[in-house]
Design a protein around this ligand. Structure first.
Ligand code: RIB
Length: 315
């Protein structure tokens, strides 16, 4: 008989991030000199998977890489981080997902994403992960929407929890929205999905109005709005949870949202309640922005738990 515990299953993108650091972003048509160039494992899905694994859960990833040198490097990185890669395929005629990233001296990034193999992930491949009751399923928007919907439909039928991070932002069909248990959004994504002008510094009331608008589109889950240095606002049933941001020195914000989502998924899968899971995710993201790169910047559970404990004892 199989011994079976809850898993985090991430269906998502796997990218090589090619990162140039600059003093400031170039304007259209302008050339600026870069200060450094680096290659980091990335991709929203892979970042979420690594964050979830470093947070302590049993993590399985479903995705695709291409037939180039990046593919094996990214698979090794995932395996080194204890992510099960059995369901990641290698496509023969396409490149591995790649992101060209420019990070300025404030740690803010701009990204050109080329999907490559990620664009070929199919509904059949994600359904083959065979989710069980208690599993936590995670998806974002760097892989085809049909694949995400197939995974969540299967997950919903067995009692798994479905977490969607709709990034990069795009409008989302109600057939998918109605399958989402936890929606993790930043201000841009919340504005795009809700059709409400949430703005850069939304008040709790703005988030509530956006949540009401999402409900009219068939969304019945928890809304988690990540507001960068201003922390997190969540609507969970009729409860409103607010978690303040942490003041830290920001080096690189790339992957901070993925870190948050992966940690949240992992803590929920391990049985922590939503309040504790949100606190841990908030702390984890605040650590990741103090480090270079996306995948490698994900913190260990011990680092996160120490800060969460210190916060609760006021030390
Ligand atoms: O969210 C950050 C990620 O988005 C990067 O790692 C990059 O791959 C982009 O797709």
């Amino acid at each position: 008989m199989d011994v079976y515990g809850p898993r985090v299953i991430v269906a998502g993108s796997i990218n090589m991030d090619i990162v140039a650091r600059v003093n400031r972003h170039p304007l259209p048509g302008e050339t600026v000199s870069g200060k450094s160039l680096a290659y980091f494992p990335g991709g929203k899905g892979a970042n979420q998977a690594v964050a979830a694994a470093r947070a302590g859960a049993d993590v399985h990833m479903v995705g695709a890489v291409g037939n180039d040198a990046f593919g094996p490097q990214l698979l090794s990185f995932l395996r080194d981080n204890f992510v099960d890669t059995t369901n990641i395929s290698r496509r023969p005629d396409v490149s591995t997902g790649t992101a060209l990233i420019v990070v300025d001296s404030n740690g803010e990034n701009s990204i050109v994403y080329v999907g490559g193999a990620n664009d070929e992930l199919t509904a059949e491949e994600v359904a083959a992960t065979d989710p069980h009751n208690g599993d936590v399923l995670v998806a974002e928007f760097e892989t085809p929407l049909e694949a995400t919907e197939a995974l969540f439909r299967k997950g919903r039928s067995v009692g798994a929890t479905c977490i969607l991070n709709p990034a990069p932002a795009r409008s989302t069909p109600s057939s998918l929205m109605s399958l989402v248990d936890v929606l993790v959004v930043n201000e841009t994504e919340l504005t795009t999905l809700s059709g409400m002008p949430v703005g850069e510094s939304p008040a709790v009331e703005d988030v509530r109005l956006a949540n009401d608008s999402l409900s009219k589109q068939g969304f019945v889950g928890c809304l988690v709005a990540t507001l960068g240095s201003r922390g997190v606002v969540a609507f969970v049933g009729d409860r409103n949870i607010r978690i303040p941001g942490r003041k830290v020195k920001v080096l690189d914000t790339t992957g901070a949202g993925d870190c948050f989502t992966g940690y949240l998924a992992s803590y929920l899968a391990m049985g922590y309640d939503i309040d504790r899971s949100l606190k841990a995710a908030n702390v984890a993201a605040s650590i990741s922005v103090q480090r270079h790169g996306a995948g490698p910047s994900m913190p260990a559970k011990s680092e996160v738990d120490k800060i969460v404990e210190d916060q609760s004892t006021g030390t």
